[in-house]
Design a protein around this ligand. Structure first.
Ligand SMILES: Nc1ncnc2c1ncn2[C@@H]1O[C@H](COP(=O)(O)OP(=O)(O)O)[C@@H](O)[C@H]1O
Ligand SMILES: [Mg+2]
Length: 175
């Protein structure tokens, strides 16, 4: 099944890619159904972001992580577990080819224990960031430290990007 519907995000792909390359943190705010959760990760995948490492997308709910992985994998025309995969708890559909991973916030928090600089990713998307759950708040605090440390790495490609998806995040600008 190929997802061919035109969504609001589609008119802003080039601008989005320019901004995500230019800035270390990008906040994407658009109405529900605009394509934030599906088209934005797919656009990054198609543009070659995550080429060296991976694009990781967190979701507050397990169901969203698996549904999005299936949907985006189909939209990309690849098998689940190929270019697009997911990880929820210990369950995963991934392979050496996987460049875009949908996961729960808990998975990223667990990975921070063993990989404190998240070297396996070059883009991290915190989707549904406006919900400000406990895990998300913890991730925001920890990622702030990761961004500061990884921006010291010499090559541009090694600087991770954090893309906070969804509506405005109260308090973020003051941090
Ligand atoms: N699992 C799915 N099944 C059917 N349609 C879907 C699914 N996921 C996304 N879509 C389609 O993609 C559109 C964009 O969804 P999404 O990227 O989740 O929007 P946003 O994150 O901006 O709210 C939806 O309006 C819907 O038409
Ligand atoms: Mg969404």
């Amino acid at each position: 099944m190929f997802d061919s519907m035109v969504l609001p995000f589609d008119g802003h792909v080039e601008e989005f890619l320019r901004l995500i390359r230019a800035f270390q943190i990008l906040i994407l705010a658009a109405e529900t159904g605009a394509g934030k959760s599906t088209r934005a990760p797919l656009a990054m995948l198609k543009a070659g972001l995550g080429g060296n490492r991976k694009i990781g997308v967190t979701q507050p709910r397990r169901m969203a992580a698996t549904l999005l992985a299936h949907w985006v994998s189909d939209s990309n025309g690849t098998e689940l577990g190929g270019a697009v995969g997911y990880q929820i708890g210990k369950e995963f559909e991934m392979s050496r080819d996987t460049r875009l991973v949908f996961m729960t916030e808990g998975v990223l928090l667990a990975q921070l224990q063993s990989d404190p600089l998240l070297m396996r990713y070059d883009v991290i998307v915190l989707d549904e960031a406006h919900e400000r759950g406990v895990n998300l708040d913890l991730l925001l605090a920890l990622l702030k430290g990761v961004l500061a440390k990884r921006s010291d790495l010499p090559c541009q490609e090694s600087t991770p990007k954090v893309h906070l998806s969804d509506t405005a995040i109260p308090g973020l600008r003051e941090q």
